[in-house]
Structure formats: C-alpha cells, structure tokens
Ligand binder design. Structure first.
Ligand code: PBG
Length: 307
C-alpha cells in the first residue's frame, strides 16, 4: 500500500538538499513510500537581525516541528545543531538520527588563503557566538563582521567582497555541492564544533509506529548516542540562547562515547573545558555539564546573554 510521507523542512538551498537526500533514502528503503516536501518558512528565515532576538536556537526549528504537531506533516527534518536544548521533543514526538556527516567548520577565502596566512584586519564573516569566541581567541588580529542569512547568502558576501572570507560548516557546504570552495578545514581543537554539528534529526509523532518502522533502518546507533549526549549537555546548560558552547561526542571502541565540551566568554578570553567517557549518553552529557557548571559555566554564559 502506498504511504505518503509529508516532510516538513525549511526551503533554503541547504535544507532542500537535505530533503532530497531524505526522499531518496526513504524510497530506497520502501518502494511503496511516496515522500512529499512541505516547505516551512521559520522565524529565523524572516528575521534579518541577531538570531538571539527571535528566540535564538529554536528560530529555525519550532515552526517546522509545529507542522508535525498540527498534522500538516508526518516528519520534521532539522539540523540537530539548530535545535534548542530545553524542549527538543515537545508533545509526544521523538527524534531519529541518521549517520552523522562531517563536524568541521571550514574557511572559505576566495583568495585561497588559510587562517594563519590572513593579514591583520582581514574581514571574516560569521555571526555564530561559538565561532566568534574561538576565532577572537586564536586570531585576535582578524576583524569579525556579523553576517546573517543562509549559507549560500554568506558565500555570496565573500565572493562579492563584502567580507574577505566566511566560516561555515563543512557539512552544509557539502550539501550545497560547494565543498571545493573551502580553503581550510579548521582543526576541531582550534574550532570545536557546535553541539549537533553535521547531524540531521528526523522528528516524528511518537505514536506513528508505521513511520518509525519505515525510518528505523535509516538511523545510526553511534550517531544517535552522540546526539543524545550532546543534547543532554545542551539541556543541562540551558543552552537555548545562541550561546558560545562547543562540544563533540565521539564513539569509543567499547561501544560507549567520549564527550568533550567547552564554554566560552564572548571574546574567547575565558574558556572552560570538560570531558567524560562512559556507556550512557545522558549520564555522560550531564556529567560534562556539571563539571562545566562547577567551573562557573552559568556565569560565563550569563555574561554572553548580556553582551
Ligand atoms: N546555523 C545554520 C546551520 N545549521 C546547520 C548548518 C550546517 C550543517 C550542519 O552542521 O548540520 C548550518 C550552516 C552553518 O553553520 O554553516
């Protein structure tokens, strides 16, 4: 029997590429499934000012999730990185996680240079507090220029010369088919990734057993554990604001995971760091959060909310 699967997503170039990927996966998994795209315009798409002013992290995901809650869609496709930590699965929904893509940030410098080769005053376009804090700490001589808009918009700013370079997620660039434009893959130790970087999340109604059965083969156990640990950390730090938090969970050989995380002050002059290894994602995420809080993370994050 044909099963129509309505996929709610933003309609940016990157989001559309993600929908096309998912549609292909679904039809390969179940030839009777007919995926459909339900495009959603979110507060983050409409607002051109600082993201923190439209609710920060939820700005791109809550309207997409709402389509599932309202029955206008069967599935909400998100970037895990854009999901808030406080209420990721409202009202009887659950998230499924396919294999993770690359977590690195990259530099796109149309002149072909790498970060260490850029002269003082070079204008770097980025608005992410996490990137601003780390870049200010590692390269204080560069000039950060706030830029908003989709990844393709930000790339254009670099190509027309409004900024000299931009920092973007490698996963997003890859989904746009423009990975070759990256001039440096920035080491994760210098630019620790966002929680949820490179990770898609498929949010469905928890009582939709048919869809759960259909999508389960598309999920990845290690990616799921990492996503749960990173989200537990974000929730414990109340990281719903557009906060300078970085972190990365990686699978261990023993089937557990290692989670490293950092909390920064806005200019990167303060950096708190913690890491744990263990079998249970929630426990590891909570433990890293408690370690960071014991070091003063709440005060450091409150200073970034005020600035
Ligand atoms: N904040 C927007 C956003 N959300 C997810 C990605 C990239 C893809 C991913 O990490 O899943 C991007 C673009 C960027 O940060 O360059």
């Amino acid at each position: 029997m044909t099963q129509h699967i309505r996929i709610a997503s933003r309609a940016s170039a990157m989001a559309t590429a993600q929908v096309n990927w998912l549609m292909g996966q679904i039809t390969r998994t179940d030839s009777a499934a007919v995926p459909e795209f339900v495009p959603i315009t979110t507060a983050g798409d409409r607002w051109t000012g600082p993201l923190a002013e439209v609710g920060g992290k939820g700005a791109f995901t809550s309207a997409v999730a709402q389509a599932v809650l309202d029955g206008r869609a069967d599935l909400a496709l998100h970037c895990a990185k854009d999901m808030p930590g406080d209420e990721p699965e409202p009202d009887g929904t659950l998230c499924l996680y396919p294999p993770r893509d690359d977590v690195h940030d990259v530099l796109v410098h149309p002149g072909g240079r790498k970060l260490d080769d850029l002269p003082a005053g070079t204008r770097i376009g980025t608005s992410a507090p996490r990137r601003i804090a780390q870049l200010t700490a590692s390269h204080p001589h560069l000039t950060i220029v706030p830029v908003r808009g989709n990844a393709d918009t930000r790339l254009r700013l670099a190509h027309v010369g409004d900024v000299d370079a931009v920092i973007l997620a490698r996963a997003g660039l890859r989904r746009l088919g423009r990975e070759a434009e990256a001039t440096e893959i920035i080491d994760t130790d210098r630019m620790m990734p966002a929680l949820g970087a490179g990770q898609l999340a498929l949010q469905i109604s928890a009582d939709d057993q048919n869809l759960l059965d259909l999508l389960t083969p598309l999920t990845d156990a290690a990616a799921t554990r990492a996503a749960l640990a990173e989200r537990a950390l974000l929730r414990a730090l109340a990281g719903h604001c557009h906060a300078p938090i970085a972190g990365h969970a990686t699978p261990t050989a023993a089937g557990g995971l290692h989670l490293a995380a950092r909390v920064y002050s806005p200019d990167g002059s303060v950096m708190l760091a913690a890491a744990r290894t263990g079998p249970d994602p929630q426990t590891v995420g909570d433990a890293v959060a408690q370690d960071l809080i014991a070091q003063g993370a709440n005060d450091v994050l409150a200073s970034s909310r005020r600035s």
